[in-house]
Write a protein that binds this ligand. Structure first.
Ligand SMILES: NC(=O)c1ccc[n+]([C@@H]2O[C@H](COP(=O)([O-])OP(=O)(O)OC[C@H]3O[C@@H](n4cnc5c(N)ncnc54)[C@H](O)[C@@H]3O)[C@@H](O)[C@H]2O)c1
Length: 318
């Protein structure tokens, strides 16, 4: 069997090195979708690695008998016909844990920025920071601290728990709601080898909405909104909200209404209902902190993705 891997959407150097050390040849050419089948056949590629761009559909799988493995760097596998590939005897792998810490840090970038109005200060300082310094200072002068406040985590899987660790580390109280995880032990490691454990229990969604000063969502995509109009009504006045999960888990129309009524003081969004063309009223809203779906996009996460893929490939194909 040839030991050729095509990383069509790129792979970290750490991943390439680990594969090469095990005798694999790694090609990082970005082959256009319509030429992919030909390329794979000509090069006799054994493993095809993708992120979210390359589509790995039934037709491609059928056309490429040399393929033994399809790997997705990251979590969602919507771009791969997973069941079909598995039926055909291919390994299909992903790296679900590798970006949790990065997404969690982005949540806190939105939260720390939110309580000090950085999302708005960064829009207005370039425009009037020289002429209106004192007025801006007054505008952004009623900040709050996160320490001592309650963070409600909706969905307590990998990223929810990674977010809870940061929250606990900065002195927040953490509550969570997850219908599939009654209890969780969160282990907080420090740089010098010390660690502290917290035992948390799931509360009801209503309890979480009522008691949280800040709410962050870490649920998978669902058919229905997880936060809709009625949910906003029971939240604390002035709550801050972050969605770095999936567009469509928050009703954006209800969100804008809740911000405009003062119920929600700010929102941080990394994902959008109408991605990749977010609604203009979301983009232009002065109380929404924005990022273009970059939760997992750190060098460290990419390194871990590459290494994790390499480890699985070596284990499955060697
Ligand atoms: N912003 C980004 O760039 C980025 C990067 C990676 C993942 N994500 C997204 O983050 C989300 C979480 O990812 P993860 O790796 O932690 O997933 P995970 O599967 O580890 O955790 C999801 C948790 O949500 C729980 N859950 C399901 N339905 C729920 C509901 N209605 N209410 C409360 N909890 C519910 C599940 O029981 C599970 O524990 C996913 O939507 C994923 O697509 C975003």
């Amino acid at each position: 069997m040839s030991k050729k891997i095509l990383a069509n959407d790129g792979i970290s150097n750490s991943g390439i090195l680990a594969l090469e050390a095990a005798g694999y040849e790694v090609l990082t050419t970005n082959v256009a979708q319509e030429q992919l089948a030909n390329f794979i056949n000509e090069e006799q590629i054994t493993g095809l690695l993708v992120r979210s761009a390359t589509q790995v559909r039934k037709e491609l799988i059928d056309a490429c008998p040399s393929l033994k493995l399809i790997g997705r760097g990251g979590v969602g596998m919507d771009n791969i016909d997973v069941d079909y590939a598995r039926e055909k005897g291919l390994h299909v792998i992903n790296t679900p844990a590798s970006s949790s810490a990065s997404v969690a840090e982005l949540v806190f970038a939105h939260l720390f920025g939110g309580v000090r109005f950085l999302y708005d200060a960064n829009r207005n300082m370039p425009l009037e920071g020289d002429k209106n310094f004192k007025a801006l200072k007054k505008n952004y002068g009623k900040g709050t601290e996160l320490r001592g406040k309650t963070l409600g985590v909706l969905g307590f899987g990998r990223i929810g728990q990674a977010t809870a660790k940061i929250a606990l580390g900065i002195g927040m109280k953490v509550i969570y709601h997850d219908p599939f995880l009654e209890e969780a032990q969160i282990n907080l490691p420090f740089y010098d080898g010390q660690s502290i454990s917290f035992n948390l229990k799931s509360c009801s969604k209503e309890e979480l909405l009522k008691s949280s000063d800040f709410i962050t969502l870490h649920v998978p995509a669902q058919k229905e909104y997880v936060i809709g109009k009625a949910d906003f009504e029971i939240m604390k006045n002035g709550v801050g909200l972050v969605n770095a999960a999936r567009g469509g888990v928050i009703d954006e129309v209800a969100l804008v209404a809740a911000i405009d009524s003062g119920k929600v003081s700010f929102a941080g969004l990394d994902v959008f209902e109408s991605e990749p063309v977010p609604e203009v009223r979301i983009l232009m809203h002065p109380k929404i902190s924005l990022s273009p779906h970059i939760g997992a996009a750190t060098g460290e996460a990419q390194d871990r993705i590459g290494t994790e893929l390499a480890e699985q490939i070596i284990q499955l194909l060697d």
